[in-house]
Design a protein around this ligand. Structure first.
Ligand SMILES: *[C@@H]1O[C@H](CO)[C@@H](O)[C@H](O)[C@H]1NC(C)=O
Ligand SMILES: *[C@@H]1O[C@H](CO)[C@@H](O)[C@H](O)[C@H]1NC(C)=O
Ligand SMILES: *[C@@H]1O[C@H](CO)[C@@H](O)[C@H](O)[C@H]1NC(C)=O
Ligand SMILES: *[C@@H]1O[C@H](CO)[C@@H](O)[C@H](O)[C@H]1NC(C)=O
Length: 363
């Protein structure tokens, strides 16, 4: 008799453990979704299926919002625009700042990069961290279609922040948008749509360049889209944005070219996107240590293109720091370099390094 209870107990505990692991979302392999080449290949077959059967294409695409706080650091609370009961029953607390993270094309809220942002914020202090899920649109191999949908996505996002503001009293100034890649342009467009109000800050982590580099400021991220816009550009050659007109302050780690830790280290993204995700992981480190990335000011974007910034010596005293929270407004173009292993930042001394070639040899 006792024996069977024991077995029953074992089975229940194993099931509970398994379920717990499935529900725990954090930046650790096994607890978040790595962004893999196989995953992208899956989108190609999804597109093929939808071409063969147009009825399988979703008719209504909706944004969802995963709330994490120190009271629920590993398990999301789902929020939806207009669902006041959900919001009031959640752990959302208007006395904590709101940080909205917006993933990029092919991204989803459950990726490890998003977990890294969420974990870093909650390790720092009390925040309402909201991972914006626009996967109804982003999981689409056709990038050009996604680009044409950015206005609609941003409109939904602006509506959600208005809903938060209306029902919790949180000011737009206390909301920061943190975008990665195409997510930066969604943040920018949301900022434009919020007019005459403004979000406090947009942190743009390697804004996407293909298509958007040739668009007018009306259709991409621009400095006027928030009170302060800071851009970190780690892959100007391929997926990023090769200019300095997105933000008040534009930071170029390692001249925006090959990042020293690539193609390796995080193992959460395919090698060919390592430079592109560099900005994101540097930003995450700056949340843990706001003086991790001491930078020097450059004359202009041409100084970055010609590798000519600094104080004339191999090491320069930092004039400013990239990232951190709360944001510290700066203005201009900045350079900093990084280590090949974590922690990536050199701290208060900016080391002037020669540009290294990107490790991307094939896609
Ligand atoms: C909201 O946060 C503040 C400050 O951390 C705390 O004092 C307060 O009790 C919280 N409110 C609720 C409803 O939990
Ligand atoms: C945003 O909200 C307005 C007014 O509440 C509504 O008319 C509009 O359809 C919404 N747009 C989207 C994209 O959700
Ligand atoms: C928020 O409140 C404003 C002003 O009362 C109203 O126009 C708007 O429709 C509301 N939006 C949402 C999403 O609740
Ligand atoms: C890549 O990572 C593996 C495992 O962490 C390590 O053994 C290897 O030396 C790394 N390669 C490079 C080029 O850094």
């Amino acid at each position: 008799m006792k024996f069977s209870y024991f077995y029953y107990f074992c089975i229940v505990s194993v099931v509970a453990l398994y379920k717990n692991k499935a529900q725990i979302f954090q930046n650790q392999l096994g607890y978040c979704e790595p962004f893999t080449v196989e995953f992208i290949a899956g989108l190609v077959s999804k597109e093929a299926r939808q071409i063969l059967d147009p009825g399988s294409r979703p008719r209504q695409k909706q944004l969802r919002y995963d709330l994490f706080t120190r009271r629920n650091p590993y398990k999301r609370q789902l929020l939806l625009t207009g669902d006041r009961n959900r919001l009031l029953a959640s752990n959302f607390n208007a006395s904590w700042p709101v940080r909205l993270s917006i993933h990029g094309w092919n991204g989803q809220t459950t990726t490890c990069s998003n977990a890294a942002i969420k974990d870093a914020y909650l390790a720092r202090s009390d925040y309402n961290v909201i991972l914006v899920d626009w996967s109804d649109y982003s999981l689409d191999i056709n990038y050009f279609r996604v680009v044409t949908e950015i206005y609609e996505i941003a409109h939904q996002l602006t509506n959600f922040t208005r809903f938060l503001h209306n029902h919790t009293g949180t000011s737009f100034k206390d909301m920061y948008l943190i975008g990665h890649s195409a997510g930066c342009h969604i943040a920018g467009m949301a900022g434009k749509l919020l007019h005459p109000y403004k979000y406090g800050v947009i942190f743009a982590l390697d804004s996407s360049g293909p298509v958007h580099r040739s668009l007018d400021a009306k259709w991409r991220l621009a400095p006027t889209d928030a009170y302060y816009v800071e851009s970190i550009q780690s892959d100007v050659a391929l997926f990023g944005f090769p200019a300095d007109n997105l933000a008040h302050a534009s930071f170029y780690p390692n001249w925006g070219l090959g990042q020293p830790h690539c193609p390796n280290v995080t193992t959460m993204e395919p090698d060919f996107t390592c430079d592109h995700f560099g900005a994101l992981y540097y930003f995450v480190e700056s949340l843990q240590n706001p003086r991790a990335f001491g930078a020097v000011k450059c004359k202009n974007y041409e100084s970055i293109e010609n590798y000519k910034c600094g104080c004339g010596a191999r090491q320069c005293k930092a004039s400013d720091y990239m990232g951190g929270d709360p944001a510290v407004p700066k203005k201009g173009v900045f350079y900093f370099s990084t280590r090949a292993t974590m922690p990536f930042g050199y701290g208060d001394i900016c080391r002037m390094k020669r540009p290294i070639k990107s490790t991307i040899t094939r896609i």
